[in-house]
Ligand binder design. Structure first.
Ligand code: PMP
Length: 380
């Protein structure tokens, strides 16, 4: 009954885990959940209040499809001052970040075009590429998650059109240096590719600095930069983000948006407008995430059987292990035996790994990671 295109894509990797967790919760068990990919904070009150006020004033209608002009302008100003990008409101399309991934691909690739994806990668990328009839060509990064240019040169073909980057990276927490990103940009220019740069975790950096490749002169026209409000302002439910690109890509994406979503939710756009006025909440939440990051790292270091890259950004840690067991099995056992939810690594393109999200309370972090430690002890 369903199309072959939809048959090719997978359900979310965490669905069976959440079903199982719901079952255990119903039995009265306490679950230590490291599976969640969103801030556990409520959206800052001032943002909620502002959007409520504007909704009461009647701002509850369709907006221009590319977004309200004031917001597009404010996003362009932010890209100029914080990301060093030479852009104007015409280069901005307001849309949910995840949808912007589809819009960008839909606007750039033809069926069968290839998209280079460094692994480990954000779970949804491979399926979003398939949905847009592209072909994901994965390329492993090295032990520090740096790009392997020798390998990347080998997989370039006449069909290669796009390089897909996420920085800071979900699931590893890697933050790329300006030097690495300049090398990547040289590779992209040499091979005449487009770059889709998903920078949704740009405000959650604890070590190192954000660098946007679109700030490089020759990259400006060939880069689509994506970001949003979900992670920085704890606004996942508002479904609001944006893409920044050359005017042709923005116009093409806007056409697709007009015929699909119409426009991003009006009340969320007003919320976003207010969010950009003040960074204090972002800084407070970042400080809390950083404390949790440090706690999680020091507890995980006590487990001999795992190794991991010390994350510099986002809110994830991605440990690998040696034991001969699939990550699916390990995750199910962690839930069954220790009431701990982690996300198996395979859908991120890395076997024998699991992802921990530390966007949860310090109590959950302490007890949950101790339970993981117990699990590995018992397995030895
Ligand atoms: N990109 C990455 C790397 C993400 O982790 C997420 C959310 N998990 C998204 C995009 C999608 O963001 P949003 O929910 O704001 O659409």
């Amino acid at each position: 009954m369903v199309s072959s295109r939809v048959k090719l894509i997978n359900e979310s990797a965490t669905v069976s885990m959440s079903n199982k967790a719901a079952e255990l919760k119903a039995q009265g068990k306490t679950i230590y959940n490291f599976g969640i990919g969103e801030p556990d904070f409520t959206t800052p009150e001032r943002i909620i209040d502002y959007s409520y006020k504007l909704a009461k004033e009647g701002k509850t209608h369709y907006t221009p499809s590319a977004g309200i002009m004031e917001l597009r302008q404010k996003i362009a100003d932010k890209m100029k001052t914080k990301n060093n990008m030479d852009v104007s409101a015409k280069n901005v399309l307001v849309t949910p970040t995840k949808f912007s991934l589809s819009l960008a691909l839909y606007s750039i690739i033809d069926p069968g075009d290839e998209v280079i994806l460094p692994s480990p990668y954000y779970v949804s990328y491979t399926d979003i590429i398939k949905l847009n009839e592209g072909k994901a060509v994965t390329t492993p990064t090295d032990e520090n998650y740096e790009f392997d240019f020798d390998q990347m040169k080998k997989i370039i073909s006449p069909k290669t059109k796009v390089f897909m980057l996420n920085n800071p990276v979900n699931p590893t927490g890697k933050v790329y240096s300006e030097k690495s990103l300049r090398q990547l940009s040289d590779f992209i220019i040499e091979n005449d590719l487009y770059l889709i740069s998903d920078e949704i975790y740009e405000d959650l950096i604890y070590k190192g600095k954000m660098f946007s490749p679109a700030s490089i002169g020759e990259m400006k026209e060939r880069t689509v930069t994506l970001s949003g409000f979900s992670k920085s302002y704890a606004m996942t439910g508002w479904r609001i983000g944006y893409m920044v690109a050359n005017e042709d890509i923005i116009k093409a994406s806007n056409k697709v948006q007009q015929q699909t979503l119409t426009c991003a939710p009006s009340v969320s756009q007003y919320a976003a407008l207010d969010a950009l006025d003040d960074e204090e909440d972002v800084i407070n939440m970042r400080n809390i995430f950083n404390k949790r990051r440090e706690r999680a790292i020091s507890l995980l270091r006590e487990i001999d059987d795992i190794s991991f890259y010390e994350p510099e950004g986002a809110f994830y840690i991605f440990p690998g292990y040696g034991m001969d067991k699939s990550a699916d099995k390990l995750s199910m056992e962690l839930l069954d035996k220790e009431n701990v939810i982690v996300t198996p690594g395979d859908p991120f393109g890395a076997s024998k790994h699991f992802r921990i999200s530390y966007a949860t309370s310090e109590d959950v972090i302490s007890t949950g990671i101790n339970n993981i430690k117990d699990y590995f002890k018992k397995m030895n």
